[in-house]
Ligand binder design. Structure first.
Ligand code: AMP
Ligand code: MG
Length: 272
């Protein structure tokens, strides 16, 4: 049987044509939005139960990477899917423009400092991939520097995997038109102005450059240890469902176990 995840996973080394993946499509799902919401509810319950066992087992780590164009839905995905996980044992880390101290180190320094320890789940809202995306498109480092980072990233992720970290990477794929609509909604609603900056418009003019940069990320950094998934994300309900389904498949595969009790507890009752 083909797993759902197989539909959206980028095969290692495969060329990816993002223009050929319709952001409004719903691969592997042909029911309606209401059915998707029902299923998401069940999957959230499954993820919650998984995390309790993962935390109790405390043997392995799980790292989730979220990348997307602006307004691509990273925050929404965290709110709709990953809040199913208990904050005790889960941490979201957002990566913005590097600080002076961060820039004084190698690009993986701040990233590595935020990887999850055993029993923990780390969620990256942006990540080390910005160092081959915005850095490349905006010319923040010379090509001789960023072009070596794909291999450096693969090596680093392999190091984490060898130490017991499962890595799952999601690219939330929206259309240029959907971004326009979401930006316009932010502009029309004063309570959403904080989410918008004029810089976002400049980045939007570089849309094709970013799509090309993402194409290289997907082709060069989807590995058996740390696969990329391209999630058609114009329809938020499908995006949430797809991410939750893939996470549930990861959870079933990891199948963490409660550790045995430290002492023999048989026949013990709590004295009054
Ligand atoms: P936001 O996600 O809206 O809070 O924005 C974070 C900003 O930080 C985005 O514009 C990113 O492109 C930027 N950013 C993240 N990582 C880096 C990096 N390594 N170098 C430069 N800019 C970055
Ligand atoms: Mg932003």
């Amino acid at each position: 049987m083909t797993d759902f995840a197989d539909l959206l996973r980028v095969a290692p080394g495969a060329a990816v044509d993002l223009a050929a993946i319709d952001p409004r499509s719903t691969p592997g799902f042909d029911a309606d939005k209401a059915a998707a919401h029902d299923e998401l509810k069940d999957l959230r319950g499954e993820l919650e139960a998984f995390q309790e066992r993962f935390w109790a087992e405390r043997e392995r780590s799980l790292l989730i990477v979220l990348q997307a164009m602006d307004a691509g839905g990273k925050d929404g995905t965290i709110r709709k899917v990953f809040t199913a996980l208990n904050p005790q044992g889960t941490r979201v880390t957002g990566f913005g423009v590097p600080t002076e101290e961060e820039l004084a180190h190698d690009f993986l320094w701040r990233i590595h400092a935020n990887t999850p320890g055993k029993g923990r789940i780390g969620i990256f809202n942006r990540s080390h991939y910005e160092d081959v995306l915005v850095v490349r498109v905006a010319g923040l480092a010379p090509k001789s520097v960023w072009s070596r980072r794909y291999d450096q990233i693969n090596d680093w992720e392999a190091t984490l995997a060898a130490a017991g970290t499962t890595i799952v990477k999601f690219f939330l794929h929206i259309s240029r038109d959907e971004q326009r609509e979401r930006f316009q909604k932010r502009l029309d609603d004063p309570e959403k102005h904080w989410k918008f900056s004029l810089g976002d418009l400049e980045v939007r003019t570089q849309w094709d450059d970013y799509q090309a940069a993402y194409t290289d990320v997907l082709a060069r950094c989807s590995t058996a240890d740390a696969p990329w998934y391209v999630i058609p994300a114009d329809r938020k309900w499908y995006r949430d469902l797809a991410v939750a389904r893939i996470m549930a498949e990861v959870a079933r595969r990891l199948d963490p176990q409660y550790p045995p009790a430290e002492d023999d507890l048989s026949g013990i009752t709590i004295p009054a």
